[in-house]
Design a protein around this ligand. Structure first.
Ligand SMILES: Cc1ncc(COP(=O)(O)O)c(C=O)c1O
Length: 368
C-alpha cells in the first residue's frame, strides 16, 4: 500500500519534465547486468582520474569535516581569479556547474520568459528554465555541425531572458569559432543574460581557442561563463564547478539562490590543487585529442557518421534506435549514452576512455 498522494501537489511544470537521464554508476551497472563494466564511456569522465595532488588534498581535508566549509570558497576563488586575471568578487563556486545553472535560472527566470539554446543540447540548459514555466527555443545546429549563428541571431531579436549553450557542445562536440561567437554576442540585447557553458574548454585544440571572457567583457553585456572540474580535471564525483560573471551583483544574487554550503571542504581542497597540476591536465587533454581522432576514424571506417569533436567524446549516428545499440553494448560491459532528444534518437555519445577501453567499445560495436 502506498500513501495517498495529492494529485495537485507537484507543480505541473515539474511533473511534465522527463526524468533526467543521469546514467548508471558502476555499482548500479553491476547490480543490473550481473557483469563488470569494462568501459564506462557514458558520462564524459576522465579515464586518467584526478591529479594525485587533488586526492591528497581531499584526504587531508577529510580530517576537518566536523567544521562547516568556508561558504564563500575564498581560497579557491582567489586561485581561479589569479589564473584567469579576473575579479575575485565576480567568481562563484558551485556544487558542480549544474548547481550554478540551477542557481542562475532561479535568480532570473519568471514564468512566460523565453530561453534560447541550441539543439542538440545539454538537458539542464532546458530543464532549469522549464521548471519555472519559461519556454525554450531550440535552434538546430547547421547540417555541417557548425553553430547556427544566423538562427541564434534571429531568435535573439526577441530579447529572451537567457541565451544558454555550451561550446564545445555537449553532446555534439564542435566548438564555436571566435568570429561566430563575436557575431552572437553582438546580436544579444543587454536585457538578455548570456550563459556560455565551457565545461569542455580544456579539450579545444590550441589553434581554435579564443578568450570568450575578454570578448564578453568588452561587449559590456551581462554574462556568466561556466567551467567545471568534472571533466578534464577528473573530479566529477567531488562536484565542483565555477561561474565567472560580468558583475559582482550577479554573484550576490547567485549566492542567494545557490545552497550556502553546497561546495564541501574536500571538493574545494581538491579543486585548489587540481588547478595547479598543469602536467596532469595536459596528459588528460593530449590523450583525449589523440583518441577522439583515432576512434572517429575507426567509426567512420565502420560506416558510422561522426560529428566533429573538440571534446573528450564523439557524437555518432547509430543508424537505428540508439537506445537499442546502447542496451546491446551494455550486455557486453560497455556503457555509452543514447541520445533521447528529438530528432536525435539515432545518435549516441561515447566518451574517450583509455585506448584499451576505446578498443573494447570499437570491438563491441563492430559485432553489432
Ligand atoms: C555542457 C555541460 N555543462 C555542465 C555540466 C555539469 O557538470 P558538473 O555539474 O559536473 O560541473 C555538464 C556535465 O556533463 C556538461 O556537459
Amino acid at each position: 500500500m502506498s500513501e495517498p498522494f495529492p494529485s495537485d501537489l507537484i507543480r505541473t511544470e515539474v511533473a511534465n519534465l522527463p526524468d533526467y537521464n543521469a546514467g548508471l554508476s558502476l555499482d548500479r551497472f553491476k547490480a543490473a547486468y550481473g557483469i563488470d563494466c569494462l568501459a564506462k564511456l557514458d558520462s564524459n569522465e576522465s579515464p586518467l582520474g584526478p591529479s594525485p595532488r587533488a586526492v591528497k588534498a581531499m584526504q587531508h581535508a577529510a580530517t576537518g569535516v566536523a567544521r562547516y566549509p568556508d561558504a564563500g570558497n575564498t581560497h579557491l576563488r582567489g586561485l581561479i581569479a589569479k589564473s584567469l586575471g579576473w575579479h575575485e568578487d565576480r567568481i562563484i563556486i558551485g556544487n558542480g556547474s549544474e548547481d550554478l545553472i540551477g542557481a542562475m535560472f532561479r535568480a532570473v527566470i519568471r514564468p512566460q520568459d523565453n530561453v534560447v539554446t541550441i539543439c542538440p543540447s545539454f538537458g539542464l540548459h532546458e530543464f532549469g528554465a522549464l521548471t519555472f514555466g519559461a519556454t525554450v527555443t531550440k535552434i538546430p545546429f547547421n547540417d555541417d555541425w557548425s553553430f547556427p549563428v544566423a538562427g541564434l541571431c534571429d531568435a535573439l531579436q526577441a530579447k529572451p531572458r537567457v541565451l544558454v549553450f555550451s561550446s564545445p557542445s555537449n553532446p555534439a562536440g564542435p566548438a564555436i569559432t571566435e568570429m561566430e561567437f563575436r557575431q552572437v554576442v553582438a546580436a544579444t540585447d543587454p536585457a538578455t543574460l548570456i550563459c556560455f557553458d565551457e565545461a569542455y574548454v580544456e579539450f579545444i585544440e590550441p589553434r581554435k581557442r579564443f578568450d570568450a571572457l575578454a570578448i564578453l567583457a568588452e561587449a559590456q553585456k551581462p554574462f556568466i561563463v561556466l567551467r567545471t572540474f568534472s571533466k578534464a580535471y577528473g573530479l566529477a564525483g567531488a562536484r565542483v564547478g565555477y561561474g565567472i560573471t560580468s558583475d559582482a551583483r550577479n554573484i550576490k544574487a547567485l549566492m542567494k539562490t545557490r545552497n550556502p554550503f553546497g561546495v564541501n571542504a574536500m571538493a574545494a581542497a581538491a579543486a585548489a590543487q587540481a588547478i595547479g597540476d598543469t602536467a596532469h591536465l595536459k596528459a588528460v587533454t593530449d590523450l583525449a585529442t589523440l583518441e577522439r581522432q583515432r576512434v572517429s576514424d575507426a567509426l567512420n571506417l565502420k560506416g558510422f557518421e561522426c560529428a566533429p569533436s573538440q571534446t573528450n567524446f564523439i557524437f555518432f549516428n547509430t543508424r537505428g534506435p540508439a537506445h537499442v545499440l546502447a542496451e546491446n553494448l551494455r550486455h557486453k560491459g560497455v556503457l555509452i549514452k543514447a541520445w533521447q532528444e528529438a530528432p536525435f534518437g539515432h545518435w549516441a555519445r561515447v566518451t574517450m576512455g583509455t585506448p584499451a577501453e576505446n578498443d573494447t567499445f570499437l570491438d563491441a560495436i563492430s559485432k553489432e
